[in-house]
Design a binder for this molecule. Sequence first.
Ligand SMILES: C[S@@+](CC[C@H](N)C(=O)[O-])C[C@H]1O[C@@H](n2cnc3c(N)ncnc32)[C@H](O)[C@@H]1O
Length: 460
Amino acid sequence: MRVFLASIPLEAAKIVIVGAGEPALAKLRLFLNTPAEVAWFAPDGAPDRIETPLTAPTPLLRAPEAEDLAGARLVFIALGDLDQARRIGVLARAAGAQVNVVDQPALSDFQTPALIDRDEVVVGVATGGSAPILARDIRTAIEGVLPAGLAHVARLARELRDTVKASTPDFMARRRFWEKAFRGPAATLAAEGRTAEARREMLRLLNLAAPEQGVVHIVGAGPGDPELLTLKALRVLQDADVIIHDRLVPEAVLERARRDAKRLYVGKARGDHSVPQDQIEALMIAEARAGHRVVRLKGGDPFVFGRGGEELEAMRAAGVPVFVVPGVTAALACAASAGIPLTHRDHAQAVTFVTAQAKPGGVEADWSRLAGPNHTLAIYMGTDRAEETAARLMAAGRSGATPAAVVENGGRPDERVLTGRLNELGAMVRGANLTGPALLFVGETAAFSATQAHLSEAAA
Ligand SMILES: C[S@@+](CC[C@H](N)C(=O)[O-])C[C@H]1O[C@@H](n2cnc3c(N)ncnc32)[C@H](O)[C@@H]1O
């Protein structure tokens, strides 16, 4: 180890920043909204008003004197004039402070690590000043796997520390308790800000007779491009013990999951229900009750024609802690890569996500109410009934000349975009020999895809 990272409590610590340029402002931003007392000096001129954070203290337009530095813990100096920086450094050290002259390791007592700030939890990456950009990249990689609400978890742990110590005096047993608590639903609930439930769960866990309890995340995998997973989806995938996934989730997405996670395929092709819905739900419950972190991974968004609502209800009824992580739904992904704006100030004041398939005996979409102009329709599961849907829309008054598009495998390397008119939608679908999932667009905005066709071709 060539450098040592120590942590300094900021409660009532005096921090002095000297300078008015971007490097000084970057240091200032670090300490605003912390319990530190911040003093700001700008001997080299007033800072730019637009760049200055609203909550910044008013800078004094002079160099700090010895009495300004009295009691300072850290002094950051970001001045072009290195002689002046040296002089201020001497005064600061005489006052007992540690000094950092920005970008001047030889004049500094310490370097600032690349920091991940989660309030109570702070992660620092240091390279001793030799490769700050590398440190920043490492920080970005770590940032993605840490829940935003980590501070809530740490706060709850602090609140319960004495209770846990009293009920579990043995050190090793206590360690096992915390390991379980931080990996289990209590930590997940706390990170989501559901503090009361998290507290209950931690206390339940303290009663060692309590059975193991897992957690279920119903996760939207997006359209199939792993880069369209949300940070949260990626994090829970990498943490999952069991992944229960659908047909629409390709290998490229599954590859981002923890290597040793158990994978269960419950995909359904229409008319070929490989695993019935109630069995999928029973499987999710059984895996969670076995103490596993379960990810139910679904194509697109779980709540858009994804039966995520039914699964959420089933988990709640079973008393299994459950969370929903949204995903990029097919309409958004297809629209983006085909260059079809879903709304447009001149051409579409509304967009409707609609399915052309109803459950057997269920209610069908009312196409007559969706036939108005200046309205984009994104039709899911529409290929089998494209001709019939187009006929219904035209019968209800939508012009046969309305632009239409078919996007197959949207957002994936093998994406295809076909464009035409509403009155030829059936023929377009028939002639396309579709093999992947496809979405239909109807509306004035679908015409925009023609101007963008080269983009999707380039992507393929
Ligand atoms: C059961 S729905 C699931 C929708 C999913 N929950 C979502 O939010 O995208 C399946 C339909 O979504 C559409 N779909 C899903 N992924 C697609 C993709 N990558 N490209 C085009 N359409 C897609 C197709 O219309 C497909 O028949």
